[in-house]
Design a binder for this molecule. Structure first.
Ligand code: ARG
Length: 456
């Protein structure tokens, strides 16, 4: 492509470090879409002859067919997807192929291709996230009454419902989806026509190519157009945060499936056995979701590090934007799919969860609230009285609800039988009716609300 100046070819190691075709071949469909929009515009503007434009368009359609059929012969000597496609086009249609690159550079071409790829990938991820949210909301609706321990510091804190716990992840995933939607919206400006860095002297119509490719408008500054990789960074930061959410959930599944917790059983489809210990059921898929988070966050940090310190406009460093980003976004897609499968398959153990919910004096706050409500005690004093009652129960090695009224009254004589009712876990969750609280009716209403939104 630059034989005019060069007398000899690249060193073998130069080709090795320079070629990107092994990974940017994923941009084939986007590269052809960009070229089709470009060539149509060149013809409309009279920059190339209609006959050449027709030949190029027909040739590109054939190249597209070869790529889709898997018969396209990629060449590392041709460096990247752009030159692979153009070279094949020349084989197919002859010298007219050489007119396609008028008023264009690989710099604006690759920015356009990768934006299209990131846009498609982000859209697919958003759809997958809705799938996971739906699985969670359906399960939440089915387990709106299922009591489990709620934790802070991983210590039993207050009872919550399993449905409520699952809906917390639906909220996180909603923010993830909104971050992806934001990234997609901001990325939707077309760099094509910025050429190498300065624009072009040909009378191109950048608005036309932008529209043809589904962008909202062309990018406004040619230097920024070829130097910007914010669209990748934003998609990766949304992905990194989403992966961290999945990792926290995965960690909970790992805990819940231990014999010690026993809150949830994963199906055989999402567990593995041990080659030495016959009793083992290992939650490998959850562990791998947790582990793969490192790859996703790593791809963000990798590209931030590539971009840091690059002068305007394009530098070849930027070719390093693709491998990590593609791996990071594909990894997240796999993790979302695995989580969706696990959520659909998991079997919660309501009895185990309820038993655990009552341990650790988890209704102590309910007793303190009762003292405040019924005896008009200041909360700080109620906290102190309840603390003494917990100490009494723990001294006997008994749960709160095993204490007699007389025992409660030995600490605070004004306590009456009504206090005994708030000590059960079911009453506890039912009483948490504040907006966003864990009361089963709240959980049911929210789960239904989500499912309605997902179905429209
Ligand atoms: N393969 C290159 C990349 O991914 C395409 C752009 C190359 N431009 C250039 N002037 N060498 O960034």
């Amino acid at each position: 492509m630059w034989g005019g100046l060069f007398a000899s070819g690249p060193a073998e190691i130069m080709q090795e470090i320079n070629a990107s075709i092994d990974f940017d071949r994923a941009l084939g469909p986007q590269d052809i879409a960009g070229s089709l929009a470009h060539v149509a515009m060149l013809a409309t503007r009279g920059i190339i002859e209609a006959a050449d434009a027709e030949a190029i368009t027909r040739g590109l359609a054939q190249v597209k067919g070869e790529i889709e059929a898997g018969t396209f012969a990629y060449s590392r000597a041709l460096e990247d997807i752009h030159m692979n496609v153009e070279s094949r086009l020349a084989e197919l249609i002859g010298p007219a192929a050489g007119r396609l690159h008028t008023a264009r550079s690989r710099n604006d071409q690759v920015a356009t291709d990768f934006k299209l790829w990131v846009r498609d990938t982000v859209e697919a991820l958003m759809g997958q996230i809705v799938g996971l949210q739906t699985a969670l909301a359906e399960r939440a609706l089915a387990s709106a009454d299922m009591v489990m321990p709620g934790f802070t510091h991983l210590q039993s804190a207050q009872p919550v419902t399993f449905g409520h716990h699952l809906l917390a992840y639906v909220e996180m995933l909603a923010r993830d989806r909104s971050r992806f939607a934001d990234a997609r919206a901001r990325a939707n400006e077309c760099p094509l026509g910025a050429a190498a860095l300065a624009g072009t002297s040909f009378p191109i119509d950048r608005a036309a190519t932008a529209t043809a490719l589904g962008f909202d408008r062309p990018t406004a500054n040619s230097l920024d157009s070829v130097a910007d990789r914010d669209f990748v960074l934003e998609a990766l930061s949304a992905a990194a945060i989403c992966a961290v959410h999945l990792s926290r959930f995965a960690e909970e599944i790992v805990l819940w499936t231990t014999p010690q917790f026993g809150f949830v059983r994963l199906s055989d489809a999402f567990s593995t056995g041990s080659s030495i210990m016959p009793q083992k059921r290992n939650p490998d898929a959850a562990e791998l979701v947790r582990g793969k988070t490192g790859r996703v966050t790593g791809s963000l940090v990798g590209l931030l590090t590539v971009m840091k310190g690059l002068p305007l406009a394009y530098s070849k460093d930027m070719q390093e934007d693709k491998e990590g980003a593609m791996d990071g976004l594909r990894t997240l897609s796999l993790c979302v799919a695995a989580m969706t499968g696990m959520v659909r398959d998991m079997a919660p153990d309501a009895a185990k969860m309820k038993a655990a919910a009552g341990s650790g004096y988890s209704t102590a706050t309910d007793l303190a609230d009762w003292l405040v409500r019924t005896l008009k005690m200041p909360f700080r004093e109620a906290h102190h009285v309840t603390g003494r009652i917990v100490a009494l129960a723990s001294g006997k090695g008994a749960p709160l609800e095993a204490l007699t009224l007389a025992e409660l009254q030995s600490v605070e004589p004004r306590i009456n039988a009504g206090a005994l009712e708030v000590l059960g876990v079911e009453n506890s969750v039912r009483s948490r009716t504040s907006y966003g609280g864990t009361a089963p009716d709240n959980v049911r209403a929210q789960a239904k609300g989500w499912l309605e939104r997902f179905s429209t």
